[in-house]
Design a protein around this ligand. Structure first.
Ligand code: SAM
Ligand code: DTB
Ligand code: SF4
Length: 338
């Protein structure tokens, strides 16, 4: 079993990232097999409960009000519709439902009350409930935890150094504070980033350093490939070679051996062979369902065929304990503070 470290240096991470590709993948695959059932892949389903009209200026995002992206703006979705989507996702093998809202931050209003009701209802379906709602205060995180929220997704997206180029309407520190609030409420942390934003390799390494040096490793790290959106400042970014994704996943797997590494946005542009390489490099989670939040994702049947071909199986919900039994989760990823 690998030792969990939260003192990785940029030099160490860079040395791993730049290893000859096959050595890197072999090392990541070995660590993956030592720490996990490598054939088990966690399936999350996404639902956009409130779409578009967001006041933030995230340069990649189809939901930022200031860019003309043609996204269909929607107010809060009714609870019944959310439940129907959750049930369908569960029948398709998803163990987790992630509800996303195009908010800068949560406000203590009726919409938040509605989210709390949705969290309770999805939890009753025996699915892991995740939310991604923007910034949270400590008391809001606690309210979500009390409702049974299992995970909170809040991405760092890029390095601290690169942040201002991508987002100016909030700071890296704001992001880290929310992650602290989530941890304090004993909700599991899902935090990762995007590659293909025009960042340097040093930025990717710096972001991985921040994630791996948090007091506890995030339980999930999503690695997204930019989905270029017409109307956003990053509309014309070139697609990255698949090997950048493979290197990023493998490095994440090596430095955070117990973490669930999610091969996230960008799969529609990847062949099965390319995705197989990502699984070999240590990815053990995907978003399934034909839509991410606003953009397409591979069809259910395509993913089912890929799982059969590669011998992958869907991971059951709550393998590390249910909400309320978070001591177990904490123990699983416990790190000695340096
Ligand atoms: N508004 C909340 C926030 O920003 O935290 C939650 C929703 S936001 C859409 C969730 C994440 O989706 C972002 O942090 C980003 O990592 C990812 N994302 C958004 N647009 C994307 C795109 N075009 N390509 C890849 N990932 C994207
Ligand atoms: C994450 O890291 N990726 C997901 C989820 N967390 C919320 C979102 C991807 C969004 C891609 C663009 C869209 O569909 O709007
Ligand atoms: Fe808003 Fe989130 Fe999109 Fe940024 S990523 S514009 S905060 S929805």
């Amino acid at each position: 079993m690998s030792e969990l470290r939260n003192n990785w240096t940029k030099e160490e991470i860079a040395e791993i990232y730049h290893r000859p590709l096959l050595d890197l993948v072999y090392e990541a695959a070995t660590i993956h097999r030592e720490n996990k059932d490598y054939a088990e892949v966690q399936i999350s389903s996404l639902i956009s409960i409130k779409t578009g009209g967001c006041p933030e200026d995230c340069a990649y995002c189809p939901q930022a009000a200031r860019y003309n992206t043609g996204v269909d703006v929607h107010a809060m979705m009714p609870k019944d519709e959310v439940i129907a989507v959750a049930e369908k996702a569960k029948a398709g093998g998803a163990s987790r439902l992630c509800m996303g809202a195009a908010w800068r931050e949560v406000r203590d209003n009726r919409d938040f009350d509605k989210v709390i009701e949705m969290v309770k209802a999805v939890n009753e379906l025996d699915m892991e409930v995740c939310c991604t709602l923007g910034m949270l205060t400590e008391s809001q995180a606690q309210r979500l935890a009390d409702a049974g929220l299992y995970a909170y997704n809040h991405n760092l997206d890029t390095s601290e150094e690169d942040y201002k180029r991508i987002i100016t309407t909030r700071t890296y520190d704001d992001r880290l504070k929310t992650l602290e609030h989530v941890r304090k409420a004993k909700i599991t942390v899902c935090s990762g980033g995007i590659i293909g934003l025009g960042e340097t390799v040093e930025d990717r390494i710096s972001m991985l350093k921040t994630l791996s040096n948090l007091p506890k490793h995030p339980e999930s790290v999503p690695i997204n490939a930019l989905v270029p959106i017409k109307g956003t400042p990053l509309a014309d970014q070139a697609r990255l070679p698949i090997w950048d994704m493979v290197r990023m996943i493998a490095t994440t797997r090596i430095i955070m051996p117990k973490t669930v590494v999610r091969l996230s946005a960008g799969r529609t542009e990847m062949t099965t062979v390319e995705q197989a390489f990502c699984f070999m490099a240590g990815a053990n989670s995907i978003f399934a369902g034909d839509k991410l939040l606003t953009t397409p994702n591979p069809a259910f049947d395509t993913d089912k065929a890929m799982f059969e071909l590669l011998g992958l199986k869907a991971r059951a919900a709550f393998k590390n304990g249910k909400p309320g039994q978070h001591e177990h989760v904490q123990e699983y990823i416990n790190l000695e503070a340096n």
